[in-house]
Design a protein around this ligand. Structure first.
Ligand code: HEC
Length: 268
């Protein structure tokens, strides 16, 4: 009996689930283990000077994310699903051609865990999307998903969520159209609009009321720049967006989009 338990223990120790990354594309789903990823010929040791999650310079073993996304079309969206189910969406175009910004998938080696993200929190592993030269592609702090368990290739949100789309009759260069792109880049991971989207963390930004209807004057801009400048409480979760991530012109376009959508409510 003791022998059997011993053997089972050994077996379990051996089968102990190493971390795996699931990559789901049109052509199917692949599971890649930490070991498989670390054995790839394109693994590099990279230095990330301004790591967004650790607020420090960090070193990682990483693979260029592009290399894992063979055949993914430019207009797709990538959804990064964290261990706790939190999702972040990033346009594939930014990863495939970031105008100089390079997306790397950092891999936490088994048995060599990275530092904790904070008191009582786990590390950013097992997989973490980090950027080199993020400023070149205007990569925002929301675009550094950590504790990644899966990467899913989705169709463009404009196609999946028609109720988020601005009026098709708007001219191509309308601020509300640009604002929709900015909304998708910065807000869609946490906020639904007209009840559509995958987000679960923040409130819907159009129903029952658009913030452009109840926030006076510049208050919406103030909130986006730094939510704590409007209302303050310890567990607030919304990050601020400074001018490096969202220029004043981008913010104008975003507000134009939200105002426009206030006239396009969809009753649930
Ligand atoms: C990381 C998640 C996250 C992102 C990204 C995010 N928000 Fe939020 N937002 C929240 C959460 C959560 C709340 C609720 C208050 C809180 O906990 O901070 C909130 C609250 C708000 C509110 C206040 C709603 C109200 O009246 O109570 C507005 C307006 C808003 N967000 C707009 C935006 C816009 C615009 C963007 C994109 C530039 C954005 N948010 C990006 C998480 C996020």
């Amino acid at each position: 009996m003791r022998l059997i338990i011993g053997l089972m223990f050994l077996l379990y120790a051996h089968l102990a689930p190493a971390a795996t990354l699931t990559v789901e594309t049109e052509s199917g789903s692949r599971r890649l283990s930490t070991e498989q990823l670390l054995a790839r010929p394109d693994v590099r040791e990279i230095q990330v000077p301004g790591d967004v999650s650790y607020h420090a310079a960090m070193r990682y073993r990483a693979v260029p994310l592009k290399a894992l996304l063979d055949g993914v079309p430019d207009d797709a969206h990538l959804q990064f699903v964290a261990l706790d189910g939190f999702t972040a969406e990033i346009p594939a175009s930014l990863i495939l051609d970031g105008h100089g910004a390079e997306a790397w998938l950092a891999i936490e080696p088994t048995g060599e865990t990275w530092p904790k993200l904070g008191e009582g929190k786990p590390s950013a592993g097992p997989f973490y999307l980090v950027w080199l030269h993020p400023e070149a592609g205007h990569v925002g702090p929301e675009q550094w998903p950590y504790q990644v368990a899966a990467i899913k290739v989705l169709a463009d949100p404009a196609a999946r969520f028609p109720a988020m789309r601005p009026d098709a009759r708007l001219p191509a260069d309308a601020p509300a159209r640009r604002g929709f792109a900015i909304f998708q880049r910065n807000c869609i991971s946490c906020h639904t609009l007209n009840g559509q989207g995958d987000a679960k963390l923040g409130p819907d930004l159009n129903i029952p009321h658009s913030p452009t209807e109840y926030l006076r004057g510049d208050m919406l801009r103030t909130l986006v720049r730094n939510p704590q400048d409007l209302r303050r409480w310890p567990q607030a979760k919304m990050p601020g967006f400074d001018t490096k991530v969202l220029s004043d012109a981008d913010l104008d376009d975003l507000v134009a989009y939200l105002k426009h959508m206030a006239g396009r409510k969809v009753s649930p």
